[in-house]
Write a protein that binds this ligand. Structure first.
Ligand SMILES: Nc1nc2c(ncn2[C@@H]2O[C@H](COP(=O)(O)OP(=O)(O)OP(=O)(O)O)[C@@H](O)[C@H]2O)c(=O)[nH]1
Ligand SMILES: [Mg+2]
Length: 295
């Protein structure tokens, strides 16, 4: 049985992402995680998103943001980690349900969160996988299409990393993919090392309508190979619905040279998306690093 997904929004300054990478890693086996900077959270109407909890790491949010939630019918649990807090404090007044010390662990936080999928579906194998590739090639859209079977044209750049839980069935067997969807912007390069740990497989994604994104694959391939070793990788040409700058033949010859299977996908029509996720799950089952906590 597939456990229901629970979603947490983590509002965090980009500069703090490295410090909290271990917390995100611990949370990712049970929670789907969206990270936003405070500025982004303020700019986006996130009170319309289905969220079970919000975790603010750092200072308070502006009054205007709290007021928006006050008008919303959604009531996710609101937690804040603050450098100023000495111990966990339940707030009977004010916008936060709990204020906790910045040093608290995921186990401390999980104890406060609503029960849901924790423990459920434990018999299902869980594998961490990566989506890598330049900004705007469509990594987040691939996951969104897979989970919702619909294209969402609103562009939301990934800040650091988003972590999605994708149930996949391969040959009658259920697998839970914890997909680390890594922001492709150059400024996240230093952070990515922390996010790559423990991955069982990955995909290199490029945009078929953008030759530059194809050339830039070499840098991504080198980055994955040097930082995480010989895990199985897949090559994905996305945006197959747009006029192409890269032919199938050209992409297939690169895939052959790198010894990877090749997929073409479109997040607008859905072509190839379920097939790609099934192949990624199969690769992850094959590629789990021995002795890994995810095994
Ligand atoms: N036509 C078309 N547009 C797509 C497709 N996939 C994604 N897009 C669009 O391309 C843009 C970028 O998509 P994202 O999914 O945000 O790209 P990303 O790789 O996650 O980018 P970063 O988070 O910045 O690394 C968005 O405007 C999407 O709507 C596709 O298959 N076809
Ligand atoms: Mg993204």
């Amino acid at each position: 049985m597939t456990a229901p997904r629970r979603r947490i929004l983590v509002i965090i300054e980009e500069a703090d992402l490295a410090r909290y990478a271990a917390l995100l890693e611990a949370a990712s086996s049970d929670w789907e995680i969206m990270t936003l900077s405070p500025h982004e959270a303020l700019a986006q109407p996130i009170e319309q998103e289905p969220l079970d909890a919000i975790l603010r790491i750092g200072g308070d949010m502006p009054e205007e943001w709290h007021a928006r939630w006050g008008r919303s019918r959604a009531r996710p649990l609101r937690l804040r980690l603050s450098d100023g807090a000495r111990r966990a404090c339940r707030c009977s007044e004010g916008p936060w349900d709990w204020i906790l010390p910045a040093s608290c662990s995921w186990a401390d936080l999980a104890a406060l969160l609503p029960p849901g999928s924790q423990g459920a579906g434990r018999e299902v194998p869980v594998r961490k996988v990566l989506l890598a590739g330049e900004a705007t090639v469509g990594k987040t859209s691939l996951v969104t299409f897979y989970l919702r079977r619909a294209f969402d044209p609103r562009r939301q750049m990934t800040i650091g990393v988003d972590i999605h839980i994708c149930p996949v069935e391969v040959e009658g067997m259920a697998v839970r993919l914890v997909v680390w969807d890594v922001g492709g912007q150059r400024r996240f390069a230093a952070l990515r090392d922390l996010f790559y740990r423990g991955a069982a497989a990955g995909a290199l994604v490029f945009d078929l309508s953008n030759r530059l994104s194809f050339y830039q694959l070499l840098g991504w391939w080198q980055e994955l190979r040097t930082r995480i070793g010989p895990i199985p990788l897949l090559l994905v040409g996305n945006k197959a619905d747009l006029p192409r700058e890269i032919s199938r033949l050209e992409a297939e010859s690169l895939a052959r040279a790198w010894n990877m299977p090749y997929f073409e996908t479109s997040c607008v029509t859905g072509t190839g998306v379920p097939e790609f996720f099934r192949a990624l799950a199969m690769a992850a089952l094959r590629g789990v690093p021995p002795g890994s906590p995810m095994a």
